[in-house]
Design a protein around this ligand. Structure first.
Ligand SMILES: Cc1ncc(COP(=O)(O)O)c(C=O)c1O
Length: 484
């Protein structure tokens, strides 16, 4: 699409937006099994969108100017505290998402630790947001392999990795990639024994696990857990842009609060990374959570859980496919055997109208397909299983993707630290990913690209994908003043 200069009619604007949205994965319908969460409750969606529009222009920058936003934030924090067993005296903040909550948890631990070269101990399964925090905040990530059998964090190895520089230890409930809950009591005890903080990342599980049976301990009820994150834009089924970060005490939160009176304008006073904050997502979250209510969430959690278990059960019976670890929540990781590859299965699923997310191999862990189950998927589990079965059969018939040896050799010789724009262009051309004008031309089927990336070490994957991001993120044809 080209940029527009002259005003459009409302109908034209909406037609453009609809056309653009047609390029996207569907956010509703329960067939997109990553990125989006669908309760299937039209009423709750509608009231959320109304609240989003009502408060879109309100600004959480100053809680005295917009007391409505403060009231809604305090209410959501209390609701989350109730679900996560927060003790009396806890405090929390609403952030824009899981990554911001994690950045703030790491920042708070770093400032409290006051170490010149701080570090944090993470299981390999911790979300990449902790690596982003490491990069942004100068906190070294000490990464410890998960138990190869359970894919849960190894608390003994993590305890052994704690040293004088450690300011934070991390557990997930559950991990995104494999859907298992780490042994929180042992990890939190190790942190407490050293007098340091333990963050439980419940970004994806925090609104589901309270409603499931037989869940191992994972909340503030565990001694030594100092902070937790839970995203409302995931399993609270609210519009994007809302997570909650909770601390056991207000004192623990104080190290991520920020004030600056060091200029002639208003004193900047923030609890989170953002300063101006739209009231829209917060109000939408308030509206949706109150419209659904705790019993409603219990129902939605059961639906998503049953869909997960039924799919896991069926997937284990599909030749060529296996469940990597029994799911503790509503996420599933599926691996393939040598008869086919996971990436081709993902492409075949997309052809059948289902999005499952390819995950590349990492250390000793094989490539997998990630499935996040929404309540809205539960009526279609039989169709999902049929699609999986067909997709795997087709992938087995064509066999695994093979990488051209010349290209593999070329990739093997690349140093990610020195890969420049010209080198990247050459690589795109060699991989058949360059258009006639040299621009990036991604194929609709991604198995070959994923197989190539899978063969690269993480640092090279990062460099290559940053190259892709850079090429994708360029002004539209004609620039801001181009033709319409
Ligand atoms: C366990 C976990 N932590 C953190 C995040 C990051 O959340 P966000 O994408 O909202 O920044 C996710 C996202 O899926 C997650 O699953």
């Amino acid at each position: 699409m080209t940029a527009v200069t002259s005003a459009l009619t409302t109908d034209e604007v909406l037609a453009h937006l609809r056309a653009l949205q047609g390029l996207d994965l569907p956010a509703h319908g329960g067939r997109t099994l990553a990125y989006v969460y669908d309760s299937g409750l039209a009423d709750a969606d509608a009231v959320g969108l109304e609240a989003l529009a009502m408060f879109a222009g309100s600004n959480g920058l100053d809680p005295t100017a917009f007391p409505s936003l403060l009231a809604m934030e305090n209410d959501l924090v209390a609701l989350a505290g109730g679900l996560l067993d927060a003790p009396a005296g806890f405090a929390g903040s609403v952030t824009s998402g899981g990554t911001e909550s994690i950045l703030l948890a790491v920042l708070a631990a770093r400032k409290a630790g006051d170490h010149p070269s701080p570090s944090m101990v993470l299981p390999t399964s911790a979300h990449a947001a902790f690596h982003k925090a490491a990069a942004y905040l100068g906190v070294r990530a000490v990464v410890v392999d998960v138990d190869p059998d359970t894919l849960r964090a190894d608390p003994v190895a993590m305890a052994a990795a704690i040293d004088d520089s450690t300011v934070l230890v991390v557990a997930s409930a559950p991990s995104y990639a494999h859907g298992v809950i780490d042994p929180v009591p042992e990890i939190a005890a190790a942190a407490a024994a050293h007098g340091i903080r333990c963050h439980v990342d419940a970004c994806i599980g925090g609104w589901v696990l309270p409603h499931l049976d037989d869940v191992p301990p994972w909340t503030f009820a565990v001694d030594g857990v100092s902070s937790m994150s839970v995203d409302l834009h995931k399993y609270a089924y609210t519009p994007k842009g809302v997570s909650v970060l909770l601390h056991r005490t207000a004192a623990l939160r104080s190290t991520h609060l920020f004030a600056s009176a060091n200029w002639p304008g208003y004193t900047m006073l923030n609890a989170t990374m953002q300063s101006t904050r739209s009231g829209g997502p917060l109000a939408a979250a308030w509206a949706v959570t109150h419209r659904i209510g705790l019993e409603g969430y219990a129902d939605l959690a059961r639906q998503a859980r049953e869909a997960t278990l039924a799919t896991a059960d069926a997937a284990d019976g599909i030749p060529g496919l296996r469940v990597l670890a029994p799911p503790d929540s509503t996420l599933l990781a599926l691996a393939t055997d040598d008869s086919c590859d996971a990436f081709t299965v993902a492409d075949e699923m997309l052809e059948r109208g289902w999005y499952v997310q390819p995950q590349l191999s990492f250390r000793d862990l094989p490539p997998t397909l990630h499935l996040t189950f929404s309540a809205a998927t539960s009526p279609s589990v039989a169709e999902l299983v049929e699609a999986l079965s067909d997709a795997v059969a087709t992938a087995r018939a064509v066999g695994p993707v093979s990488v051209d040896p010349g290209l593999a050799a070329l990739m093997g010789g690349i140093d990610p630290a020195t890969l420049d724009d010209a080198g990247f262009s050459g690589l795109l051309a060699a991989a058949g990913l360059a258009g006639a004008d040299g621009s990036l031309a991604l194929p609709t089927r991604m198995a070959a690209v994923n197989t190539l990336l899978d063969a690269c070490p993480p640092a090279l994957r990062e460099a290559l994908l940053l190259g892709v991001l850079d090429r994708l993120s360029r002004p539209s044809d004609g620039g801001p003043n181009g033709g319409s």
